[in-house]
Structure formats: C-alpha cells, structure tokens
Design a protein around this ligand. Sequence first.
Ligand SMILES: [Zn+2]
Length: 98
Amino acid sequence: MRNIFCSLCGVILDPVHRGQTPSEHLSWIQKIRAVQSTLGTSIPLVTGLGYLNDSLELVAPSDEELQFHNLVDELETYPLYKTPNRFRAFTFHDACWR
Ligand SMILES: [Zn+2]
C-alpha cells in the first residue's frame, strides 16, 4: 500500500486498519483533514475531522466544524489522488492544523 504523509509535518497519515472501528479514540496520526482545491475555480475549503479508509480515501464531513465520529450520514469520501477536472485534496493531521 502506498504511504501518504502529512503536508505540514511530514509524518505518515495512518489509515484505519481492517477491523478497526473509526472512533474518537483513533490516534493523532489517524485523525485527518484536507484542504480541497478546485484548481483555482473557487476558494479552497478545509474539511471537517475525518480519517483515511483502507482504500486511502479521506472520509470526513465537508463542514470544518464537524467531526466524523458524531456523524453517519453526512460523511463525504475524498479521493486523495488527482483525477481530471475534480477536486484535489491535500491532507494533514488534525493536530498539525490546530
Ligand atoms: Zn502532521
């Protein structure tokens, strides 16, 4: 599996492992946010608190005030690799963002 590193501190972004339930008790290297860029067509936005799934997608609410463990239906999935004409998500630890 490809490793993904924090854009701010350079430490690995650890995905949630198979069989692990995403909860507020994840370690700091598993609590992740992203800035979504739309290639300059709108102002970049910060996601809410989320985590990486085992497909290396960020699962997080779009509202930066929200946290994944309080929500079920409102979570979005953000692919982390560039796809043509789509969002690009730059990921970092929640701890580094604060
Ligand atoms: Zn970091």
